[in-house]
Design a protein around this ligand. Structure first.
Ligand code: ZN
Length: 113
């Protein structure tokens, strides 16, 4: 069961491009198989001002609802290593993945170009 920082994210999730939504569900399934805590979504769509406050780049895919951020602070260290490795393996042309610290705080960013 995916967690959400606020209720509105549930609706935003359903508006993600199909390919990105499939990534989210694949991550949810993988987390369950690995007995790792379920994904927790902190951000999807951002307004221009929200993006500026979050330190997002001007071309951020969040402005078009084509990116999703996952919380990482709820993982223990061994889970976090597995999760980071999982996403780095998913990274491919068209799918941007940022696991290193960036923006407002520790999180994993996944965006579809
Ligand atoms: Zn992001």
């Amino acid at each position: 069961m995916i967690g959400f920082k606020h209720e509105g994210l549930k609706d935003e999730l359903l508006l993600l491009p199909v390919e990105l939504l499939a990534e989210v569900h694949a991550f949810e399934d993988w987390s369950r198989e690995q007995s790792i805590k379920p994904p927790f979504v902190t951000c999807i769509l951002r307004s221009l001002s929200e993006n500026a406050m979050a330190g997002g780049v001007a071309t951020s895919l969040h402005l078009r609802g084509r990116a999703i951020d996952f919380r990482v602070i709820h993982y223990d260290l061994s889970s976090l290593k597995l999760v980071n490795a999982y996403w780095l393996k998913r990274k491919r042309p068209g799918l941007e993945v940022v696991v290193k610290r960036h923006g407002t705080g520790p999180h994993i960013h996944v965006g579809l170009k």
